[in-house]
Design a protein around this ligand. Structure first.
Ligand SMILES: [Zn+2]
Length: 456
């Protein structure tokens, strides 16, 4: 693969006349600035790295927009979760594959080139295990095959309904594993990874409420036998009730307790590290772990604000995720991450972090790099040795007309809701050309069929 771009974002700086070359495996073998195009394909606009979506529950795409009418009392994360459990009860393997495929096409079109699938819908509708313990995981891999997005599959360990090993409720039966069955699931997932393309795996203890300290330790031991460097993701401090319950049970806040009891390191991704005090914020930044921020979902569920400015000031690393799929757009996640800070602090350009820096460039390059780290998939840079995961923006779009190098990413993030992503390359292969995916009509028809069944 050879691609020539008049402008490209390399690290956190824009360069001119950049020639990208990649081998047959989709790895970049040369990235040359001030180059000649030669026989390379010409990019139709500026090139930026693709973003790894660090947190996704694919099946939740089916309920986006379905929990926005007010119930009898105050609506909250917990009432939303009840709605989600009702929808979960109906999902078949075919439904999951159809919905995930449509979702992944949407992700590619908006600029996500990889997805970390935090997968907890494991069992059949009656709560019993399928004959193949990885039946539902396999459907995620099928969706990845159909669409060409990269995958970091994270089978979830879900054991309890609350702190103190509370027994799971009826709405949670499809999620639950004990240590032995979780081990079997992991082994089956490793086989799927070996048979797949551009995919890897990690583990995901669901949260401190759904997995005890002992069960997390056991899962980490199981993981060590399979991989030395696979990622570890966990929902950590999304809701104040969760923080209070954790304090009652463990005598410590969730992030504080996790940092005190586990070797939290750069392999970890702490999803929804929303409620942290300054000491916890400092501790996560120092650990090198990635904070998985899902701005639109956290806003939709009324979770709270992630302490982004303090965290970045301490060199904290972050990734973004579409989580509940109420938005499938890295632009919207990043824009609202910044806007949340502006609204709170009554200042502008908060996350640019230093004078002269472009907010859009800082957000995009940090999210690309943190997302790749969270997925255990390189550095999220367009550099030699990295995977050729890149986006070509629409250079002919009025919003990018006569834009200076230094402000291209600001136009991308802060100029509204027109999707400026034109072409998308994953591992050296074009998956989106001129805003189209080659299988999108068939995938959309399957999605519509599944939605009719789920909503009937
Ligand atoms: Zn989540």
């Amino acid at each position: 693969m050879k691609l020539f771009a008049e402008q490209a974002l390399l690290g956190d700086s824009w360069q001119r006349r950049v020639l990208f070359e990649a081998d047959d495996r989709g790895r970049l073998t040369a990235v040359t600035c001030d180059a000649q195009a030669g026989d390379a394909e010409l990019a139709a606009g500026p090139v930026v790295p693709g973003i790894s979506n660090a947190h996704s529950h694919a099946f939740q795409r089916a309920m986006a927009g379905y929990a926005e009418s007010r119930g009898d009392g105050d609506d909250s994360f917990w009432t939303w979760r009840d709605t989600m459990y009702r929808m979960v009860a109906k999902f078949t393997p075919d439904d999951l594959e159809a919905i995930a495929s449509q979702l992944y096409v949407e992700m590619l079109k908006s600029g996500y080139t990889r997805v970390a699938e935090f997968h907890y819908l494991h069992h059949d509708t009656d709560g019993k295990a399928f004959a193949d313990p990885a039946e539902m995981s396999a459907r995620i891999f099928c969706a990845v095959d159909q669409t060409g997005i990269g995958l970091t599959h994270l089978p979830v360990l879900y054991r309890f309904s609350g702190f103190g090993a509370t027994a799971p409720g009826s709405g949670q039966q499809r999620f639950v594993h004990d240590s032995d069955s979780y081990g079997r699931l992991l082994e089956a997932v490793v086989k799927l990874v070996r048979a797949g393309r551009n995919c890897n795996f990690g583990i995901a203890p669901h949260s401190l409420r759904a997995a005890s300290g002992e069960s997390i330790s056991a899962a980490l031991e199981q993981l060590e036998k399979l991989s030395e460097d696979a990622p570890v993701h966990i929902h950590i401090a999304e809701q104040m009730k969760e923080v209070e319950d954790c304090q009652s049970h463990y005598g410590a806040r969730p992030v504080e307790w996790l940092l005190d009891n586990f070797d939290v390191n750069p392999r970890w991704c702490l999803v929804h590290a929303t409620h942290m005090n300054p000491g916890e914020t400092e501790g996560v930044a120092r650990s090198g772990a990635v904070a998985g921020i899902c701005t639109t979902t956290e806003a939709n569920l009324g979770d709270g604000f992630f302490p982004a400015e303090t965290f970045l000031a301490r060199e904290g690393r972050f990734a973004i995720g579409s989580d509940s799929q109420i938005s499938v757009s890295p632009v919207e996640e990043l824009r609202w991450l910044e806007y949340g800070q502006r609204l709170q602090k009554q200042r502008r350009t908060v996350l640019a972090m230093q004078s002269g820096a472009s907010t859009g460039t800082q957000l995009w390059s940090r999210a690309a790099s943190g997302g790749a780290q969270a997925c255990g998939a390189g550095r999220g840079l367009l550099a030699v040795g990295e995977q050729a995961d890149l986006l070509v923006l629409d250079g002919a779009h009025p919003l990018l007309c006569e834009v200076e190098n230094s402000t291209i990413t600001d136009s991308l993030v802060f100029s509204g809701n027109h999707n400026l992503v034109r072409d998308v390359m994953v591992a050296g292969r074009w998956m989106i050309r001129e805003r189209q995916h080659s299988s999108e009509q068939r995938i959309a028809a399957n999605y519509a069929r599944a939605m009719r069944r789920l909503r009937s």
